[in-house]
Design a protein around this ligand. Structure first.
Ligand code: 4AD
Ligand code: MG
Length: 465
């Protein structure tokens, strides 16, 4: 092999004129090999882009024997001249001079032969599925969205605030937490009354994986002004749906001096920014997903970017649902926690665009939401999306010490002294929301199941890989 700097397929295809006529050095995995007795064509993919680079092997230069290990899934290193392609389907190709095999992939064993594997099958080989076109596209889009999120908030002067993953508090009050303990489960230490003696546990008390970074996020916002978190979140709910994971990533901005309207404005701007960023920076990957899975994807993304979200109080939403004459699986009445079918009816059939539903009954929302003057509803806001349902949940926060304290007592919550101190010392109006990262990736990729937009999904009875 000659001493040539390696070039990625993405670099070459982004500017073929720059490399045409010169020797290039490429490394990657073989997607396909085909050809005849005189010439063999290899499609090389190195993960940098969905597109493959065509390598041409002249059989007067390479023996058939030497090309035998070059099968789908094998990894190779090739040097050769980049030239304009004679054939259809690509603008340039590499006339191979040198070939090095890194690793073979026995065709009798390698599970990713050709196309047509089902998503269920691929979930069973999650360690290899990033090598497929589909997952490559999804994972590159996922990266771009994560980058866009940091860029959006950084450009706005928000600070990235790291909240703990191990915690003592159940922010959402749903009780769906994974316990963290080093106590021996087979032989638990007991108190005199026979209860588990948590004094002997690692943290000296019961601890769990966090369901949300919000409570600590509020501590950050009431000091730094505007912050956001972006980290893993854990929920031990037994939800086997295409929208739920047991481990997912959440972005939680929290802003001092923001009222509910400012919160809605930010959420709408934020989500449009992310979608637009993906459309601009992931055009090839989104086009691939549009062509192969979901012909309406690009139109839907552009539509959401250009549409103004509907803003509607919960009470109005329930009235529309009641008067729709539609038979829902779950009943609709004031006070009910809306099901995904209700949310999707409002978005997909009634308004035909995203909806921000506000002012929910306090009983179905978390303790920290600001009470409205009616004493019955809270300043909550859920952003509802086509295909997805709830993509964002947020609210203005109750900043009044007495009101918050009595609300917590009303629902029998234990005091959280450090949280209450934000209301005791220099309290301010503030708001925030949580975006489920995988639900955003689901929307932007048009995939059907949330388990297919995270590299290694966690869901009930599955923790492999
Ligand atoms: O509505 P949620 O439960 O709100 C909170 O956790 C607040 N503390 C957020 C805040 O105000 N800072 O969750 C927020 C979002 C949901 O709208 C949804 O997109 C996503 O997180 N989400 C899930 N995503 C995947 N799997 C699950 N099990 C999810 N549960 C919630
Ligand atoms: Mg919610």
């Amino acid at each position: 092999m000659k001493d040539i700097r390696r070039t990625t397929v993405k670099e070459i295809l982004a500017d073929p004129a720059k490399y045409a006529g010169s020797e290039v050095d490429v490394k990657g995995w073989v997607r396909t090999r085909r050809g005849n007795k005189n010439v063999q064509f290899v499609a090389l993919n190195d993960g940098s882009t969905i597109n493959c680079l065509q390598l041409v092997f002249d059989l007067s230069k390479f023996s058939e024997e030497s090309l035998k290990p070059v099968t789908t899934g094998s990894s190779i290193h090739v040097q050769g001249k980049l030239v304009e392609s004679q054939g259809k389907g690509q603008s340039v190709e590499v006339q191979a001079d040198e070939l090095q095999i890194y690793g073979t992939a026995d065709p009798a064993e390698y599970p990713l032969q050709k196309k047509g594997c089902s998503m269920e099958f691929l979930r069973g080989i999650a360690h290899l599925r990033p090598r497929t076109n589909t997952f490559g596209a999804v994972l590159r889009i996922r990266h771009a969205l994560a980058f866009a999120i940091h860029k959006f908030f950084n450009d706005k002067g928000f600070y990235y605030f790291h909240t703990p993953l191990i915690t003592e508090s159940d922010c959402e009050g749903a009780g769906a937490m994974f316990q963290v303990t080093t106590l021996p489960l087979e032989n638990l230490p007991r108190t005199e009354e026979g209860k588990v003696n948590y004094c002997e546990d690692f943290f000296g008390g019961p601890a769990s994986l966090t369901v949300s970074g919000q409570l600590e996020g509020e501590l950050g916002a009431t000091a730094l002004g505007c912050i956001y978190t972006f980290g893993p979140t854990f929920r031990a709910e037994n939800s086997n749906t295409p929208r739920h994971l047991s481990e997912f990533w959440m972005i939680e901005p929290e802003m001092s001096f923001y009222e509910i309207e400012d919160n809605m404005d930010l959420a709408e701007e934020f989500i449009k920014y992310c979608i637009k960023y993906a459309l601009e920076h992931c055009a090839d990957d989104i086009q691939f997903l549009n062509d192969h899975f979901d012909k309406g994807l690009i139109d839907r993304l552009k539509f959401v970017v250009d549409s103004e979200f509907v803003r509607l109080p919960y009470t109005e939403g329930v009235r529309i649902l009641e008067q729709s004459g539609k038979k829902f699986e779950f009943p609709v009445y004031w006070g009910v926690d809306l099901a995904s079918e209700h949310e999707r009816f409002l978005v997909e059939e009634h308004f035909k665009r995203p909806v921000i539903l506000t002012d929910y009954p306090k009983e179905i929302k978390a303790f920290y939401m600001k009470l409205n003057e009616d004493g019955k509803t809270v300043r909550a806001m859920d952003v509802l999306f086509p295909q997805i349902g709830e993509i964002i949940g947020g609210s203005q926060r109750e900043e009044n010490y007495e009101v918050l304290k009595s609300r917590m007592e009303e629902i029998g919550m234990a005091d959280i002294p450090w949280y209450m101190d934000t209301r005791k010392f220099g309290t301010v109006p503030h708001s925030g929301f949580g975006l489920g990262f995988e639900r955003l990736v689901l929307f932007v990729t048009g995939m059907q199941n949330i388990r297919d937009v995270i590299p290694f999904p966690r869901y009930p009875k599955n923790c492999e890989f």
